[in-house]
Ligand binder design. Structure first.
Ligand SMILES: [Fe+2]
Length: 194
């Protein structure tokens, strides 16, 4: 199994913060997944198992790699199969990926080192944030919308599994009337990162 197919270090374009335009437009999440109906979707239990397996067997935390400071998210595509993909993301302190969906894919994350805060928006528009520590993880279905941030101190490393492999992500702000969709990134984009 090859561990590193691609590695890029980049400030994700969506990492600029939670707050956005004041205009609030109604947004209804799709009732059915947007991913290709022909794609095979692994269930959340399987995704969690894969994230934990990769996270405990073949991922080295940034702090143990001797690569110095990190001032922007660094991400690596470990595996890309027809039905799922595996990424590693290293998060500097305060590194944030603003509210986003996963283009109809399901997913799971596992924290290898440090901790991450995940903020989720329910279908009713309620926002809740919780901490996910090292050795812990979470999974989600195709309609999940969340943000993820490393509260620090120190660099956090996490494994992310998506099924089917993501084709796009839409970013949101949360207004008084609920989610307000903004930019959509596509896998073909040169700046693509999960
Ligand atoms: Fe996500």
């Amino acid at each position: 199994m090859s561990l590193t197919h691609e590695r890029r270090t980049s400030q994700h374009p969506a990492g600029s913060g939670l707050r956005g335009p004041a205009t609030v437009l109604p947004y209804a999440r799709p009732e059915s997944p947007e991913a290709s109906p022909a794609a095979v979707r692994l269930d959340e239990e399987s995704l969690s198992s894969l994230a934990r397996l990769f996270g405990t067997s073949c991922v080295t935390p940034w702090s143990e790699r001797g690569e110095g400071a990190l001032d922007a998210r660094a991400y690596e595509l470990l595996e890309l199969f027809d039905h799922f993909e595996v990424w590693v993301i290293h998060w500097p302190t305060d590194g944030l990926l603003q509210l986003h969906d996963h283009g109809g894919s399901s997913g799971a994350l596992y924290v290898v080192s440090g901790s991450l805060d995940e903020g989720t928006v329910s279908v009713e528009g309620t926002y809740e944030r919780r901490s996910i520590g090292a050795g812990q993880g979470t999974s989600f279905g195709p309609r999940h919308v969340h943000d993820v941030v490393n509260p620090g101190p120190g660099i956090a490393t996490s494994v992310h599994v998506y099924s089917p492999p993501m084709e796009k992500m839409t970013f949101f702000t949360l207004g008084a009337g609920g989610l307000v969709p903004g930019r959509t990134d596509y896998r073909a984009d040169p700046t693509w990162a999960p």
